[in-house]
Design a protein around this ligand. Structure first.
Ligand code: GDP
Ligand code: ZN
Length: 294
């Protein structure tokens, strides 16, 4: 038995990338693999068919470390959350939601501020809002290639995906990466990443030096689900750092008296704008949950 990663599934066939080859597999006896439907990103054990070269059967799906839906993909380690410094105006509320969602799914968020060639005055203002979060931030231009190398090296050994508002340059960044890979391997890229309108099935692209990237940018429109308003703050590293300094257990750092987090916002140690978006999300989630249980 050998192990591999499903890179795509089409019409009952699953393409499994192993150390040595891409193997076309069927998932016979679904009961045996625990009623799970195999999806891209799944680490699987396969048996090669002796009668047919290059073909196999999936016999086991290994435990998933993460699971995203729409598109369905398993085991993503990190999500590059792309923000454009201008054109379109950055939707940082969406960015914050994507960060929270990634963390909730045990996926590492990495911020990508794209279109830096446009020399937008917003650039520093955006960066400042995330200064105290500890999130890795990469500044890129899909146009000039700046920052592409950095993204490429961050992808080594990981399964990565791209997310973000429409028009920020996710497809362009993916294509710039692809060109970079084609250059390295000396092969002409026979593949180009699809645009946002054809996001039906996710497909993983195997990187030459270990690692995979999801070829379809997704999650351009995202609403927080299944997060309770009073757990939201735990997805803010800049709040977590100082939470024990808060006087009251169970403080969600909204309107409680003597809240240490609110003091830090007033002092400027925690970004005002990001905090305001936090308050907005708490309010929205409170409303959502109130209506849900009514
Ligand atoms: P997506 O919707 O996030 O996939 O965005 P696209 O990759 O389709 O890019 C949207 C538009 O922004 C296209 O016209 C791109 O040519 C342009 N674009 C993408 N990245 C950059 C960049 O780094 N600099 C500039 N100036 N334009 C970019
Ligand atoms: Zn507090």
């Amino acid at each position: 038995m050998i192990e591999g990663i499903i890179v795509k599934g089409i019409g009952g066939f699953y393409y499994v990338q192993t150390q040595d080859a891409l193997v076309e597999c069927k998932a016979k006896g679904l009961m045996r693999i625990g009623k799970l439907t195999p999806i891209p990103g799944d680490r699987v054990k396969i048996e090669l068919l002796e009668a047919e070269d290059g073909k196999g059967v999936i016999v086991e799906i290994l435990e998933r470390t993460s699971l995203l839906t729409r598109p369905a993909v398993a085991n993503i380690n990190q999500l590059f959350i792309v923000i454009s410094c201008t054109q379109p105006e950055p939707d940082l509320l969406l960015a914050d939601k994507l960060i929270i969602s990634a963390m909730k799914h045990k996926i590492k968020p990495i911020l990508v501020v794209n279109k830096i060639d446009l020399k937008a005055i917003q650039l520093d203002a955006i960066a400042a809002q995330y200064l105290n979060t500890g999130f890795e931030t990469v500044f890129t231009s899909a146009l000039t290639g700046e920052g592409i190398e950095e993204i490429f090296s961050l992808m080594k050994g990981k399964i990565s995906g791209f997310a973000g508002q429409s028009g920020v340059g996710k497809s362009s960044l993916l294509n710039a990466l692809l060109q970079r890979i084609a250059m390295l391997t000396g092969t002409l890229g026979d593949k180009s990443f699809r645009g946002k309108h054809t996001t039906r099935h996710a497909e993983l692209f195997a990187l030459e030096q270990d690692g995979f990237v999801l070829d379809t940018p997704g999650f351009s429109n995202y609403e927080l689900e299944d997060i309770m308003y009073d757990e939201l703050w735990t997805y803010y590293p800049e709040m977590l750092n100082d939470a024990e300094a808060c006087r009251f257990a169970g403080c969600i750092h909204v309107a409680e008296p003597n809240c240490r987090i609110k003091a830090l916002v007033d002092e400027g140690a925690i970004d005002q704008l990001r905090y305001q978006r936090y308050l907005f999300m708490v309010m929205t989630l409170k409303e959502v949950h109130k209506n849900r249980w009514r």
